[in-house]
Design a protein around this ligand. Structure first.
Ligand SMILES: [Zn+2]
Length: 89
């Protein structure tokens, strides 16, 4: 059984997915069962998951964010007309 200090040091040094299979199982078991460090280290592991996911999908995430904020030409034209109408009033 790993100690809380060993688990925290492992998570502090590198992504838990880079650990060996056995180390990863022991670490997950400790985090799941430990009353003292379980909640904190679970959040550390979730943060590592999010960072890894972002790194792996960075290009597609940024592209989809860009496409969500851009308007197509028809919507731009409609928006310009609406703005012009509101300026006339
Ligand atoms: Zn612990």
């Amino acid at each position: 059984m790993l100690t809380c200090k060993q688990v925290s040091n492992s998570l502090n040094k590198k992504d838990y997915k880079d650990l060996s299979f056995v180390q990863r199982i022991l670490l997950k078991f400790h985090v799941r069962c430990c009353l003292f460090c379980g909640k904190y280290n679970k959040q550390v592991m979730e943060t590592q998951d999010m960072c890894r996911h972002f790194r792996e999908n960075e290009d597609s995430i940024i592209e989809s964010a860009d496409s969500e904020i851009s308007l197509d030409e028809d919507k731009k034209k409609l928006l310009k007309e609406k703005m012009a109408q509101s300026m006339d009033c």
